[in-house]
Structures are given as C-alpha cells and as structure tokens.
Design a protein around this ligand. Structure first.
Ligand code: HSE
Length: 433
C-alpha cells in the first residue's frame, strides 16, 4: 500500500465527530478502497476538555485551526467550522497556501467564496471538495458534476433544507401553526436556536447556487437567488392546499433558458402525487434534468452526523485514491458569466387566499380585479366563516406573470371587505417545463 493520507480536522461538532467515527469504524474497508490508509493526525476545536464520545488522544490538538492548517502533518484539511468568512475562510486559504487539499461541508463558504477558493486551489495544485455541503448524504455534487457531465442540464429542483421540510411536514400533519412547530423543532434539536438561515431560505439558496453553477457551468450567483422563507405559511394554507390536491414544500428551483439562468427559493404548492411531494420530514431530494439523461431524482438524508460525515469521507476517499476533481467541473476561470433572470419574469400559476367580509358583491369585485389584470382563474373555493365571521376565498390562477398578480392584488388593496393581506403561494410543476 502507498503512504497513508494524513488529514487534519478543523471543527469537532456533530459532523466532525461523525467523520472521526466513520473513519475509525470503516478503516479497513476504506484502506482497501483507496489503496492506502486515511490517518487523522490533528484536530482542532474550541474546547479540548469536552467529552465528545470519541477517543481523540492519538491526534495532535490545536486550539487554533489556522495554525493547524499551516503546520499540521496533513495532506488534507477538513473544514467543519461553518460560516462564509472569518475562521472557516482563513483555515481554507491557509490550507491551500500550504499545499493541502480542502474538504468542507460548508455551503455558505462554497456559495459565497467558492470561486476564489477554487482558483487558489487550482493555482496551488490541490482540490476543493464539498460533497457534504449540499443535501448532506445525497451524492448530488458527484451526480451532477460527473454523472451528468455528458448532458446539458436544463433544470435542477430540490428540497434542500431539512429543517424547513420537517416544519412543513409537521404543520401539515398536525394542523399546528408555524411558531409552535418551530419551537418544538428547536426543543427536539431539529432546528437551530437561531433558525433564520434555515427558515428564511438562505441555507437552501446557498445550496441552490452551488448546484446551479455545477449544472449550468456558470459563475456562482448566490446574490442573484430570489429568496423567500417560510414565515408567512399558515396552518390554514395546508388545509386548502390539500383540498386542491397540493402539498406545500420549500423548493430551490434553478433553470437555464435562452434568456439566462433563474435561481429561486420559496415555499410553493406542488402536486400531491408528484415526485417531491412524498419527501417528508428532514429528508432532502433533488431532480436534475439533462438533455440526454432526461429526469433523474435523488433522495436521502440532508443533514445529521451520519449522512454528512458519509459525504465528507467520500471526498477523502476520492482524494486518497487520486481522484481529484475541479471544484465546479471546469476551471474556475472558464465558468460562464451568469445572466440572471429576475423573479418578475417568472410566469406560472398562483394560489391566492383572501380573507373577506362575507357580504354581497365581494366575489364580483374580486373577479373584476382579476379580470382587469387579465388573469384567468382555474378554480375558486369559498369556505366557511372563520371565528371572526369572515369568509375565505381561495383562487388558483392559470399561468400568469408576477406583474399581473401584483396588478390584481393592487386592485383589491383598498377594498374595505378584504380584511387581511392576501396569502400568495406560487404553484410549481416540478415534472413539467
Ligand atoms: N440546516 C440544514 C438543514 C442542514 O436543515 O437542512 C445543513 O445544511
């Protein structure tokens, strides 16, 4: 066997400890698969005295991960600290400058600084590997970058955030509202104490920007992702969505058309019989469409120690076996400019829920506002009064532009019978165009 691959791990949270466990438990099989052993030589974390349930005594300990990146006896540094700037970026750049490969699970870092890191890595003759950064245990980076490399990929759609998927599935199942389900998710450890990155869609947008760059060969465009989170979804919307044959999911959608690339993250209604509808709880799933392969679907656990460590170790095995990939499938300098298609150019159906005072003429006024905006409605529900004595009118439109929708809603803005801001959710056909 060749010399072992020496690695240093920066960050010993759930994923760091999971990585140590996978490498220890499967040391023999991994050595056979790579033709060499993978040895942990050094680790770094904040608190040396903390009991993490794994034996770290054989590894050099560094309080300073940047110092470790510069000086440890390591061919690879595994960055599991998190954040797009600060220590995570410093560790990454110091590792590359010292001629070490970098493996990371850090989607914020890759989405926001990935191009610069990839260029530095190429110049230094090392690799940046980040399978764990998107959709946890699903090998989606490899699937798109290598498995679909013979295709022109036109669309990537995913359930990319397990926290949001868990919250939405639980709201639907229990009929409870967003705040109470979020609180439970935090108590159970499924959501962070500060959940904003997840529930406001930022985490999913980081992952989507990475997938879009890989899929379309374009520069990373995290700042161009249109992002809407979950906070406005109510328990009632699940009731009406179900009645209309839909489920509500937070999706990341990216597509390449003649006009450019769109990247969108928002909660939307999807057909309850469709391929992503059955993906529940903390699971992730991705659909990628290529011109020769057609549609391909990938599903699995998107977070947690085991799935994420599984992806980290897969990257380490590739490096140990000499399978070094360009981070984005092409040299960073050859990524095409990204012409972003703005959200105002989206056309598609909408779900609109209006809360109105139940009185004669209101229905006619709503129809007139929609007619004036040239919106054709596919279906309309009117349901019983709520506790305050109001009626709910739920409209599903045919495909319309965002502009037409805004015009119709503006026409109802000052209507005295419309007592709440309309609840608007886009409807997406994940199997269609
Ligand atoms: N916070 C992410 C999620 C997992 O809830 O899916 C790590 O990317």
């Amino acid at each position: 066997m060749s010399n072992p691959l020496n690695i240093a791990i920066a960050g010993l949270g759930t994923v760091g400890v999971g990585t140590v466990q996978v490498l220890q438990k499967h040391a023999r099989e991994i050595a056979v698969r790579c033709g060499r052993e993978i040895n942990i030589t050094a680790v770094s974390s904040r608190d040396k005295s903390k009991d993490r349930g794994v034996d770290l005594s054989g590894f050099a300990w560094f309080d300073d991960p940047v110092e470790m990146a510069k000086t440890a006896k390591a061919d690879v540094v595994v960055e599991l600290i998190g954040g797009s700037t600060g220590v995570a970026l410093d560790v990454t750049m110091a590792s590359i400058a010292a001629g070490r490969h970098v493996v990371t699970a850090n989607k914020a870092l890759v989405a926001e600084a990935g191009e610069n890191i990839a260029r530095a890595a190429e110049d230094a003759g090392v690799t940046l590997a980040y399978e764990a950064a998107v959709a946890g245990g699903i090998p989606i980076i490899k699937a798109i970058r290598e498995g679909l490399a013979g295709n022109r990929v036109s669309r990537v759609i995913g359930i990319l955030n397990g926290t949001c998927n868990y919250i939405l599935s639980t709201m639907e199942e229990t009929g409870r509202d967003f705040d109470s389900v979020l609180k439970d998710a935090q108590d159970l450890g499924f959501a962070e104490a500060d959940p904003s990155f997840d529930i406001d869609g930022v985490d999913a947008a980081h992952k989507l920007a990475i997938l879009a760059s890989l899929a379309f060969g374009t520069r990373l465009g995290f700042k161009q992702v249109h992002i809407e989170g979950l906070r406005d979804i109510t328990a009632l919307d699940f009731v009406y969505a179900k009645e209309l044959g839909y489920r509500i999911k937070l999706l990341g959608l990216a597509g390449q058309t003649d006009a450019g690339v769109y990247q969108r993250v928002y909660p939307c209604l999807i057909d309850q019989e469709g391929p992503l509808a059955a993906v529940d709880g903390s699971f992730n799933a991705v659909i990628a469409e290529g011109d020769f392969v057609g549609r391909s679907v990938y599903e699995g656990r998107g977070a947690g120690a085991g799935p994420t460590a599984s992806a980290v170790v897969a990257d380490l095995i590739d490096i140990a076996a000499g399978r070094l990939s360009l981070a984005f499938g092409v040299p960073a300098a050859r990524l095409a400019d990204l012409k972003a298609i703005p959200i105002k150019d989206r056309a598609g159906p909408f779900y609109i829920r209006l809360t109105v005072i139940d009185q004669p003429g209101v229905f006619a006024d709503i129809s007139s506002a929609f007619g004036h905006a040239n919106i054709s409605m596919e279906s309309i529900l009117q349901r019983d009064h709520d506790e305050a004595g109001n009626a709910h009118i739920v409209i599903v439109t045919h495909s319309i532009t965002e502009g037409a929708l805004r015009l119709a809603l503006k026409g109802l803005e000052d209507h005295t019978a419309v007592v709440e801001a309309p609840h608007v959710i886009r409807i997406e056909d994940v199997w269609g165009e």
